[in-house]
Design a protein around this ligand. Structure first.
Ligand code: DAH
Length: 342
Protein backbone atom coordinates (compact mmCIF):
# COMPACT_ATOMS: atom_id res chain seq x y z
CA UNK A 1 0.00 0.00 0.00
CA UNK A 2 1.47 3.35 -0.85
CA UNK A 3 1.86 6.18 1.62
CA UNK A 4 -1.00 8.18 0.16
CA UNK A 5 -3.48 5.40 0.79
CA UNK A 6 -2.10 4.70 4.25
CA UNK A 7 -2.67 8.31 5.11
CA UNK A 8 -6.27 8.24 3.96
CA UNK A 9 -6.98 5.09 5.98
CA UNK A 10 -5.22 6.54 9.02
CA UNK A 11 -7.29 9.74 8.83
CA UNK A 12 -10.49 7.74 8.69
CA UNK A 13 -9.48 5.53 11.58
CA UNK A 14 -8.38 8.31 13.90
CA UNK A 15 -11.53 10.25 13.27
CA UNK A 16 -13.68 7.33 14.33
CA UNK A 17 -11.83 6.83 17.61
CA UNK A 18 -13.74 7.75 20.78
CA UNK A 19 -11.48 6.70 23.63
CA UNK A 20 -7.88 6.56 24.78
CA UNK A 21 -7.62 2.76 24.67
CA UNK A 22 -8.53 2.61 21.00
CA UNK A 23 -6.13 5.48 20.31
CA UNK A 24 -3.31 3.57 21.96
CA UNK A 25 -4.11 0.55 19.80
CA UNK A 26 -3.92 2.75 16.73
CA UNK A 27 -0.60 4.17 17.88
CA UNK A 28 0.81 0.66 18.24
CA UNK A 29 -0.59 -0.36 14.85
CA UNK A 30 1.23 2.46 13.10
CA UNK A 31 4.32 3.42 15.08
CA UNK A 32 5.51 0.35 17.01
CA UNK A 33 8.54 -1.72 15.98
CA UNK A 34 6.31 -4.13 14.10
CA UNK A 35 3.95 -1.39 12.97
CA UNK A 36 2.90 -0.25 9.52
CA UNK A 37 5.42 2.58 9.30
CA UNK A 38 8.26 0.26 10.22
CA UNK A 39 6.90 -2.02 7.47
CA UNK A 40 7.33 0.80 4.94
CA UNK A 41 10.95 1.15 6.02
CA UNK A 42 11.49 -2.53 5.24
CA UNK A 43 10.54 -1.82 1.63
CA UNK A 44 13.48 0.61 1.28
CA UNK A 45 15.94 -2.17 0.64
CA UNK A 46 14.33 -2.84 -2.75
CA UNK A 47 14.81 0.75 -3.92
CA UNK A 48 17.65 2.54 -5.68
CA UNK A 49 19.67 5.05 -3.72
CA UNK A 50 17.89 7.93 -5.44
CA UNK A 51 14.47 6.55 -4.60
CA UNK A 52 15.53 5.69 -1.08
CA UNK A 53 16.09 9.33 -0.25
CA UNK A 54 12.73 10.68 -1.37
CA UNK A 55 10.84 7.63 -0.07
CA UNK A 56 12.56 7.87 3.30
CA UNK A 57 11.65 11.52 3.53
CA UNK A 58 8.01 10.77 2.78
CA UNK A 59 7.89 7.97 5.33
CA UNK A 60 9.38 10.29 7.96
CA UNK A 61 6.89 13.02 7.15
CA UNK A 62 4.07 10.52 7.39
CA UNK A 63 5.35 9.26 10.73
CA UNK A 64 5.56 12.79 12.11
CA UNK A 65 2.08 13.52 10.87
CA UNK A 66 0.74 10.34 12.51
CA UNK A 67 2.40 11.17 15.85
CA UNK A 68 1.14 14.76 15.72
CA UNK A 69 -2.42 13.69 15.05
CA UNK A 70 -2.33 11.06 17.79
CA UNK A 71 -1.05 13.65 20.25
CA UNK A 72 -3.79 16.08 19.26
CA UNK A 73 -6.48 13.41 19.47
CA UNK A 74 -5.20 12.38 22.90
CA UNK A 75 -5.59 15.95 24.16
CA UNK A 76 -9.09 16.17 22.74
CA UNK A 77 -10.15 12.87 24.27
CA UNK A 78 -8.75 13.79 27.69
CA UNK A 79 -10.48 17.14 27.59
CA UNK A 80 -13.76 15.47 26.61
CA UNK A 81 -13.41 12.99 29.45
CA UNK A 82 -12.73 15.81 31.92
CA UNK A 83 -15.76 17.76 30.69
CA UNK A 84 -17.87 14.64 31.04
CA UNK A 85 -16.72 14.16 34.64
CA UNK A 86 -17.25 17.80 35.54
CA UNK A 87 -20.80 17.63 34.23
CA UNK A 88 -21.66 14.39 35.93
CA UNK A 89 -19.90 14.84 39.26
CA UNK A 90 -21.23 18.27 39.92
CA UNK A 91 -22.79 18.95 43.33
CA UNK A 92 -26.07 20.73 43.49
CA UNK A 93 -25.63 22.90 46.55
CA UNK A 94 -29.26 23.99 46.37
CA UNK A 95 -30.44 20.46 47.24
CA UNK A 96 -31.71 19.82 50.77
CA UNK A 97 -29.25 18.00 53.02
CA UNK A 98 -30.08 14.59 54.47
CA UNK A 99 -32.40 14.87 57.39
CA UNK A 100 -30.52 12.74 59.92
CA UNK A 101 -32.75 11.57 62.68
CA UNK A 102 -30.67 12.28 65.76
CA UNK A 103 -31.97 10.73 68.95
CA UNK A 104 -32.11 12.43 72.31
CA UNK A 105 -31.23 11.74 75.90
CA UNK A 106 -33.77 9.70 77.85
CA UNK A 107 -35.59 11.82 80.49
CA UNK A 108 -34.21 9.69 83.34
CA UNK A 109 -30.68 10.22 82.10
CA UNK A 110 -31.41 13.93 81.73
CA UNK A 111 -32.26 14.06 85.44
CA UNK A 112 -29.20 12.00 86.38
CA UNK A 113 -26.97 14.25 84.30
CA UNK A 114 -28.41 17.42 85.78
CA UNK A 115 -27.90 16.13 89.33
CA UNK A 116 -24.41 14.89 88.55
CA UNK A 117 -23.45 18.27 87.09
CA UNK A 118 -24.70 20.06 90.19
CA UNK A 119 -22.75 17.82 92.56
CA UNK A 120 -19.62 17.82 90.42
CA UNK A 121 -19.73 21.63 90.65
CA UNK A 122 -19.72 21.21 94.45
CA UNK A 123 -16.63 18.98 94.35
CA UNK A 124 -18.30 15.55 94.42
CA UNK A 125 -17.08 12.50 92.52
CA UNK A 126 -19.44 10.27 90.54
CA UNK A 127 -19.10 6.57 91.48
CA UNK A 128 -20.99 3.66 89.97
CA UNK A 129 -21.40 0.13 91.29
CA UNK A 130 -22.67 -3.18 90.06
CA UNK A 131 -26.32 -4.16 89.69
CA UNK A 132 -25.54 -7.68 90.90
CA UNK A 133 -24.46 -7.01 94.46
CA UNK A 134 -23.60 -9.03 97.53
CA UNK A 135 -25.99 -9.35 100.44
CA UNK A 136 -23.04 -8.10 102.48
CA UNK A 137 -22.78 -4.65 100.89
CA UNK A 138 -26.47 -4.28 100.13
CA UNK A 139 -27.68 -5.15 103.66
CA UNK A 140 -25.05 -6.20 106.22
CA UNK A 141 -22.81 -3.18 105.80
CA UNK A 142 -25.90 -0.94 105.76
CA UNK A 143 -26.55 -2.10 109.32
CA UNK A 144 -29.37 -4.35 108.14
CA UNK A 145 -28.42 -7.87 109.29
CA UNK A 146 -30.25 -11.03 108.29
CA UNK A 147 -33.73 -11.12 109.89
CA UNK A 148 -33.79 -7.34 110.32
CA UNK A 149 -37.41 -6.30 109.68
CA UNK A 150 -36.32 -3.49 107.34
CA UNK A 151 -35.30 -6.18 104.84
CA UNK A 152 -38.96 -6.93 104.18
CA UNK A 153 -39.55 -3.65 102.40
CA UNK A 154 -36.65 -4.36 100.09
CA UNK A 155 -37.22 -7.95 99.15
CA UNK A 156 -35.57 -8.49 95.80
CA UNK A 157 -34.36 -10.91 93.13
CA UNK A 158 -31.80 -13.29 94.59
CA UNK A 159 -29.20 -14.96 92.40
CA UNK A 160 -28.16 -17.17 95.30
CA UNK A 161 -27.90 -16.74 99.08
CA UNK A 162 -25.05 -14.26 98.82
CA UNK A 163 -25.84 -12.47 95.58
CA UNK A 164 -28.84 -10.34 94.66
CA UNK A 165 -29.94 -7.52 92.39
CA UNK A 166 -29.18 -4.51 94.58
CA UNK A 167 -32.20 -2.96 96.24
CA UNK A 168 -30.73 0.50 96.67
CA UNK A 169 -27.72 2.58 95.70
CA UNK A 170 -26.81 2.54 99.39
CA UNK A 171 -24.88 -0.58 98.34
CA UNK A 172 -22.52 1.72 96.42
CA UNK A 173 -22.25 3.91 99.51
CA UNK A 174 -21.13 0.99 101.70
CA UNK A 175 -18.59 -0.12 99.10
CA UNK A 176 -17.14 3.39 98.83
CA UNK A 177 -16.83 3.51 102.64
CA UNK A 178 -15.02 0.19 102.58
CA UNK A 179 -12.65 1.08 99.78
CA UNK A 180 -11.64 4.61 100.80
CA UNK A 181 -9.00 5.19 103.39
CA UNK A 182 -8.72 8.97 103.29
CA UNK A 183 -11.31 11.58 104.16
CA UNK A 184 -13.25 13.59 103.23
CA UNK A 185 -15.42 11.44 101.01
CA UNK A 186 -17.84 13.28 98.73
CA UNK A 187 -19.57 11.01 96.24
CA UNK A 188 -22.72 10.80 94.22
CA UNK A 189 -23.77 7.33 93.01
CA UNK A 190 -26.41 6.86 90.30
CA UNK A 191 -27.74 3.48 89.23
CA UNK A 192 -30.55 1.01 88.64
CA UNK A 193 -32.06 -0.79 91.61
CA UNK A 194 -34.57 -3.63 92.01
CA UNK A 195 -37.29 -4.53 94.46
CA UNK A 196 -40.28 -6.73 94.77
CA UNK A 197 -42.85 -4.09 94.07
CA UNK A 198 -46.21 -3.84 92.40
CA UNK A 199 -45.94 -2.45 88.90
CA UNK A 200 -48.43 0.40 88.79
CA UNK A 201 -48.52 4.08 87.84
CA UNK A 202 -46.01 5.07 90.51
CA UNK A 203 -44.10 1.84 91.24
CA UNK A 204 -41.84 -0.41 89.27
CA UNK A 205 -39.79 -3.50 90.19
CA UNK A 206 -36.82 -1.76 88.59
CA UNK A 207 -36.07 1.93 88.96
CA UNK A 208 -33.21 4.38 89.35
CA UNK A 209 -31.72 6.01 92.39
CA UNK A 210 -28.99 8.49 93.15
CA UNK A 211 -27.12 8.13 96.40
CA UNK A 212 -25.16 10.94 98.01
CA UNK A 213 -22.53 10.45 100.69
CA UNK A 214 -20.28 12.89 102.52
CA UNK A 215 -17.94 11.82 105.34
CA UNK A 216 -15.50 14.04 107.17
CA UNK A 217 -15.04 16.10 110.31
CA UNK A 218 -17.60 18.41 111.90
CA UNK A 219 -20.49 17.47 109.66
CA UNK A 220 -24.01 18.01 110.95
CA UNK A 221 -27.64 18.00 109.83
CA UNK A 222 -27.25 21.63 108.76
CA UNK A 223 -24.72 20.52 106.11
CA UNK A 224 -27.18 17.92 104.89
CA UNK A 225 -29.97 20.47 104.80
CA UNK A 226 -27.92 23.08 102.90
CA UNK A 227 -26.86 20.47 100.34
CA UNK A 228 -30.43 19.30 99.77
CA UNK A 229 -31.61 22.91 99.51
CA UNK A 230 -29.22 23.37 96.58
CA UNK A 231 -30.53 20.18 95.03
CA UNK A 232 -34.17 21.29 95.37
CA UNK A 233 -33.47 24.74 93.93
CA UNK A 234 -31.62 23.25 90.97
CA UNK A 235 -34.06 20.47 90.18
CA UNK A 236 -37.31 22.35 90.63
CA UNK A 237 -37.27 26.10 90.92
CA UNK A 238 -35.22 28.57 92.94
CA UNK A 239 -36.50 29.41 96.42
CA UNK A 240 -37.86 25.97 97.38
CA UNK A 241 -38.61 25.36 101.02
CA UNK A 242 -37.25 22.16 102.54
CA UNK A 243 -39.03 20.17 105.25
CA UNK A 244 -37.49 17.36 107.30
CA UNK A 245 -39.73 14.71 108.81
CA UNK A 246 -38.37 12.13 111.24
CA UNK A 247 -38.06 8.71 109.69
CA UNK A 248 -36.19 5.45 110.08
CA UNK A 249 -33.43 3.82 108.05
CA UNK A 250 -31.08 1.26 109.65
CA UNK A 251 -28.01 2.98 108.16
CA UNK A 252 -28.71 6.54 109.37
CA UNK A 253 -29.31 8.12 112.75
CA UNK A 254 -31.16 10.44 112.88
CA UNK A 255 -33.08 9.71 109.66
CA UNK A 256 -35.32 12.02 107.70
CA UNK A 257 -37.88 11.96 104.98
CA UNK A 258 -37.37 15.16 103.00
CA UNK A 259 -40.17 17.19 101.41
CA UNK A 260 -39.81 20.13 99.03
CA UNK A 261 -42.40 22.89 98.72
CA UNK A 262 -44.47 22.31 95.59
CA UNK A 263 -42.95 23.92 92.50
CA UNK A 264 -46.31 24.05 90.75
CA UNK A 265 -48.36 25.95 93.35
CA UNK A 266 -45.52 27.34 95.48
CA UNK A 267 -46.95 25.61 98.56
CA UNK A 268 -50.57 26.74 98.22
CA UNK A 269 -51.87 23.28 97.40
CA UNK A 270 -52.66 21.67 94.03
CA UNK A 271 -53.09 18.29 92.35
CA UNK A 272 -49.37 17.61 92.09
CA UNK A 273 -48.81 17.99 95.86
CA UNK A 274 -52.19 16.49 96.73
CA UNK A 275 -53.13 19.80 98.38
CA UNK A 276 -50.39 19.48 101.00
CA UNK A 277 -48.12 22.18 99.55
CA UNK A 278 -45.17 19.78 99.87
CA UNK A 279 -43.79 16.91 97.85
CA UNK A 280 -41.83 14.02 99.32
CA UNK A 281 -38.61 13.62 97.38
CA UNK A 282 -36.03 11.55 99.23
CA UNK A 283 -34.71 9.74 102.27
CA UNK A 284 -31.67 10.95 104.17
CA UNK A 285 -29.86 11.12 107.48
CA UNK A 286 -26.58 11.21 109.34
CA UNK A 287 -24.56 8.08 108.59
CA UNK A 288 -25.05 5.60 111.45
CA UNK A 289 -21.92 5.27 113.66
CA UNK A 290 -22.09 1.48 113.18
CA UNK A 291 -21.81 1.92 109.40
CA UNK A 292 -18.72 4.12 109.83
CA UNK A 293 -17.12 1.79 112.39
CA UNK A 294 -17.75 -1.30 110.22
CA UNK A 295 -15.85 0.41 107.43
CA UNK A 296 -12.94 1.24 109.76
CA UNK A 297 -13.62 4.91 110.55
CA UNK A 298 -13.54 6.30 114.08
CA UNK A 299 -17.14 7.40 114.61
CA UNK A 300 -16.23 9.48 117.66
CA UNK A 301 -14.13 11.69 115.43
CA UNK A 302 -15.80 11.53 112.01
CA UNK A 303 -19.37 11.90 110.90
CA UNK A 304 -21.23 11.87 107.63
CA UNK A 305 -24.52 12.50 105.94
CA UNK A 306 -26.22 10.58 103.17
CA UNK A 307 -29.30 10.68 101.04
CA UNK A 308 -31.00 8.57 98.41
CA UNK A 309 -33.47 9.83 95.86
CA UNK A 310 -35.64 8.17 93.25
CA UNK A 311 -34.81 9.46 89.78
CA UNK A 312 -38.21 8.54 88.31
CA UNK A 313 -39.98 10.45 91.05
CA UNK A 314 -37.94 13.60 90.42
CA UNK A 315 -38.47 13.28 86.65
CA UNK A 316 -42.22 12.78 87.09
CA UNK A 317 -42.52 15.86 89.27
CA UNK A 318 -40.23 17.97 87.15
CA UNK A 319 -41.82 17.15 83.80
CA UNK A 320 -45.39 16.50 84.96
CA UNK A 321 -45.47 12.80 84.02
CA UNK A 322 -48.29 10.83 85.60
CA UNK A 323 -47.32 7.22 84.85
CA UNK A 324 -43.91 5.74 85.65
CA UNK A 325 -44.31 3.13 82.89
CA UNK A 326 -43.83 5.86 80.30
CA UNK A 327 -40.11 5.74 81.08
CA UNK A 328 -39.72 2.08 80.18
CA UNK A 329 -41.82 1.39 77.08
CA UNK A 330 -39.59 3.31 74.66
CA UNK A 331 -42.42 5.06 72.86
CA UNK A 332 -40.55 7.57 70.73
CA UNK A 333 -43.51 9.96 70.76
CA UNK A 334 -42.92 10.25 74.51
CA UNK A 335 -39.12 10.20 74.51
CA UNK A 336 -38.76 12.84 71.80
CA UNK A 337 -40.50 15.45 73.97
CA UNK A 338 -37.32 15.73 76.01
CA UNK A 339 -35.01 16.84 73.23
CA UNK A 340 -35.65 20.47 74.12
CA UNK A 341 -34.31 19.96 77.65
CA UNK A 342 -30.87 18.79 76.52
N1 DAH B 1 -31.68 3.44 100.56
C1 DAH B 1 -32.91 4.08 100.91
C2 DAH B 1 -34.05 3.45 100.12
O1 DAH B 1 -33.79 2.95 99.07
C3 DAH B 1 -32.87 5.56 100.64
C4 DAH B 1 -31.92 6.27 101.54
C5 DAH B 1 -32.36 6.75 102.75
C6 DAH B 1 -30.59 6.43 101.20
C7 DAH B 1 -31.49 7.41 103.61
C8 DAH B 1 -29.72 7.08 102.07
C9 DAH B 1 -30.21 7.56 103.26
O2 DAH B 1 -28.43 7.27 101.78
O3 DAH B 1 -29.34 8.22 104.10
O4 DAH B 1 -35.15 3.50 100.53
Amino acid sequence: MDIQNLKIVFDQKIQAIQNIEKLNELKIEYTSKKGLIQGLMQEMKNLSNEEKRSFGQKVNEFKEEVLKQIELKEKLLKQAELNHRINNDKIDITLDSYNFNRGNIHPLNLVVKEIEDLFISMGFEVVEGSEVESDFYNFERANTPLNHPARDMQDTFYINKELLLRTHTTAIQTRVLDERETLPIKVICPGKVYRKDDDDATHSHQFMQIEGLVVGENLSVSDLKATLQKLADKMFKNGREIRFRPSYFPFTEPSFEVDVSCHICNGKGCNTCKNSGFIEVLGSGMVHPKVLEDAGFDATRYSGFAFGLGVERIAMLKYGIDDIRNFYVNDLRFNRNFKRFE
